[in-house]
Design a protein around this ligand. Structure first.
Ligand code: FPP
Length: 244
């Protein structure tokens, strides 16, 4: 239902070819568009992409300039392509150029009735910042007497996140060879299956997504419980047998 991807490896892909890192981001945009089409084709409900973190401001100025151009541009391209994609934005406006914020909000507005695929773009996103902002919002509600801190549920907390209706992540993929999640969706991905690919993002296309989803389908999720084999195959005839 929900695949989230850390689109990593653009810069290293370019450097390995003697190109400026910014060329890697431009090629990465083509990969992004192909993966979105692949997600639509396979009927995925939610695709969430990490495009820019709150830590990425530390990157060189020319790279920041390219990203602040390419990210809103590709969002606009998806909107004008008239594909059945609902765009959501997860992140904070602080430090983002006003036109980038405007583009993201416009895309959300223009696609809000689309039902095919929800594409959540994480732009100027940080997982801890998202959780901290939700906590601050709830604290204000509590001070105002609208929330009882003693009976706060996880569900009520999640309503204060950037995109409250974003479901739990089923599969979290990171391309580019590193094996960490880098402050990406800590609330939503607590039970996600993790898949780390050596492929740099510009070399990814829709087949990479489909292959990742196939790998996911072969995994067993237990959510803290014990896995059960299908009842009809169970030696305990109908009760299901716990595995290890
Ligand atoms: C996290 O690793 C990775 C990201 C936040 C993704 C960054 C991706 C881009 C800037 C490219 C955007 C893609 C397109 C197609 C425009 P990190 O490198 O921020 O953190 P780390 O130091 O923990 O690896």
């Amino acid at each position: 239902r929900h695949v989230a991807i850390v689109m990593d490896g653009n810069g290293r892909w370019a450097t390995a070819r003697g190109l400026p890192r910014t060329d890697g981001h431009r090629r990465g945009v083509e990969a992004l568009v192909d993966v979105v089409h692949g997600a639509l084709e396979i009927g995925l409900e939610h695709l969430t992409l990490y495009a820019f973190s709150t830590e990425n401001w530390k990157r060189p100025a020319d790279e920041l300039q390219t990203l602040m151009y390419e990210i809103p541009q590709v969002v606009h391209r998806l909107v004008t392509e008239k594909v059945d994609v609902r765009v959501r934005w997860a992140g904070t406006p602080s430090r983002l150029p006003a036109d980038v914020v405007e583009r993201l909000l416009d895309a959300e507005r223009e696609t809000r009735d689309h039902t095919g695929l929800t594409l959540t773009m994480c732009v100027n996103y940080g997982g801890r910042a998202e959780i901290t902002a939700a906590a601050a919002k709830l604290a204000q509600e509590a001070v105002a007497g609208r929330v009882d801190p003693g009976s706060l549920s996880e569900h009520a907390f999640a309503r204060c996140l950037h995109v409250p209706e974003l479901p739990d992540v089923d599969l979290l993929v990171r391309t580019g060879g590193d094996q960490r999640t880098s402050n990406f969706l800590p609330w939503q991905a607590t039970y996600a299956e993790l898949l780390f690919l050596d492929t740099p993002w510009p070399a990814v296309d829709r087949r990479t997504l489909w292959d990742a989803m196939e790998q996911y389908a072969r995994r067993t999720r237990r959510y803290g419980s014990v896995a059960r084999i299908p009842a009809q195959a169970s030696p305990l005839s109908g009760r299901g047998a716990p595995t290890t």
